[in-house]
Design a protein around this ligand. Structure first.
Ligand code: 2PG
Ligand code: MG
Length: 424
């Protein structure tokens, strides 16, 4: 028998805007004893295998469907029965990819129900999602210099150059490290590029008029400087977002700014060269989204450098793609974006499956975000040792600051997650 305070009494959806100024759906869930409000994020470099974010009529149609199709089915249910809620969302939608109600609609409802349930139960969201023993804080993987689809004009070809403060002893130290590297990188960019104006891309990362390698040189120096000041290791990662560079007709990766063209073999060698030269700890989507074999080749070759090879567009948080990737040993880490798959239960299942095959799960934001802090709870509750959520920008900082609050709430039992041996 559900506590009466957990019964869903009403669900309301409205149109709001995300950090890119694009329309987004916001959902409010009212239980007898609580309330949850969640806005869906939105990607710019989306994988082809992701669920469909909105029905063909966009956010307006999604809102209409929440009131006419979804709310009548969910009102009266127990908000703490997340599996049931998410099953009903799939049933109401009736398609394999949420194209009827929209994956973003499903995500906002699924998460808002979880938030309302935790409020009704009077416990933090991470505890509701992960149980009372969840106590490990993720390391923040933060985007410092960006390019690709996240910037306008002549940025680096590679989408994200990130930092991971592997030597930090607690969240406060980890956040300080990322903020300091971001600041230092900005100062160094101003020296490296006299025309640098301090412009930033969609995720708050600097968007300089430099090539990928030039930008990495700057970031490497910034990490060295801040590591020296703070006395612990800060390592570099990349999100190549290689599907954005892939030209099917040419059968090659086109680096427009650099004026380079690389076939699969050259791409693998280029990435391995960057891993070695910049001591990279992490490379996401180094190859286009369907090249599981290429991923497997790179994953094998990157082992000796202890560098995580991570699939984002490759896996899209999708069960079948994860199973395929595990069979081929295509990666050593996986990006988890709940709106790629639509519900919290699907994301939790993806994490469980990925972990069973040795993949490190990384909870991730989208480039178009809301100021919701809940990704931090998802990372702690579902035990992701790394959270990828940018460095600067209110919508990024909202999640980072929430990590501090979670750590404070946990008190003495809080500890940093154990990074995988590849990343130690
Ligand atoms: C990515 C993300 C987030 P987007 O590629 O990993 O950094 O970008 O949300 O645009 O897919
Ligand atoms: Mg990515």
């Amino acid at each position: 028998m559900a506590l009466s305070s957990l019964i869903i009494e009403d669900i309301v959806a409205r149109k709001v805007f995300n950090s890119r100024g694009s329309e987004a759906i916001e959902v409010e869930v009212f239980t007898a004893g609580g309330y949850g409000r969640v806005t869906a994020p939105m990607g710019a470099s989306r994988g082809r295998g992701e669920v469909v974010p909105y029905p063909s009529g966009g956010v307006d149609e999604a809102i209409d469907k929440v009131s006419k199709l979804v709310a009548p089915e969910l009102v009266g249910l127990d908000a703490s029965d997340q599996r049931l809620i998410d099953k009903v969302l799939h049933e109401v939608d009736g398609t394999p990819d949420f194209r009827n109600i929209g994956g973003n609609t499903a995500y906002a409802i699924s998460m808002a129900v979880a938030v309302a349930a935790s409020a009704s139960l009077g416990i933090p969201l991470f505890e509701h999602l992960g149980g009372c023993l969840a106590h490990e804080l993720p390391y923040p993987l933060g985007n410092v210099i960006g390019g690709g689809k996240h910037v306008r004009g002549r940025g680096p070809d590679v989408q994200e150059m990130l930092v991971l403060p592997v030597g930090a002893e607690d969240v406060l130290e980890a956040l300080q490290a990322n903020f300091l590297v971001h600041k230092r990188a900005g100062e160094l960019l101003a020296k490296a590029d006299p025309a640098f104006t301090g412009g930033r891309g969609d995720e708050g990362a600097w968007a300089p008029n430099l090539s990928t390698v030039e930008a990495l040189e700057v970031l490497f120096k910034a990490c060295e400087d801040v590591s020296g000041e703070l006395g612990f290791d800060i390592r570099i990662g990349l999100d190549v977002a290689a599907s954005s560079l892939w030209d099917e007709g040419e059968g090659a990766y086109i680096y427009e700014r650099e004026g380079a063209k690389r076939d699969r073999g050259e791409q693998v060698e280029f990435i391995l060269g960057l891993i070695e030269r910049f001591n990279l700890i992490y490379v996401e989507d180094p190859l286009m989204e369907d090249d599981f074999e290429g991923f497997a080749e790179l994953t094998k070759k990157a082992k000796r450098f202890n560098c995580l090879i991570c699939g984002d567009d490759l896996f899209v948080t999708n069960r079948a793609r994860i199973e395929h990737g595990l069979k081929l040993k295509a990666a050593s880490a996986i990006i988890i974006k709940p709106n790629q798959v639509g519900t919290i239960s699907d994301a939790a299942d993806a994490i469980r499956l990925a972990r069973s095959g040795g993949l490190v799960p990384i909870a991730s934001h989208r480039s178009g975000e809301s100021t919701d802090p809940y990704l931090a709870h998802l990372a702690v509750g579902l035990r992701c040792p790394i959270i990828k959520t940018g460095v600067l920008g209110g919508e990024r900082v909202a999640k980072l600051n929430e990590l501090l609050r979670i750590a404070e709430g946990l008190g003495e039992v809080a500890r940093m997650a154990r990074l995988p041996s590849q990343a130690a």
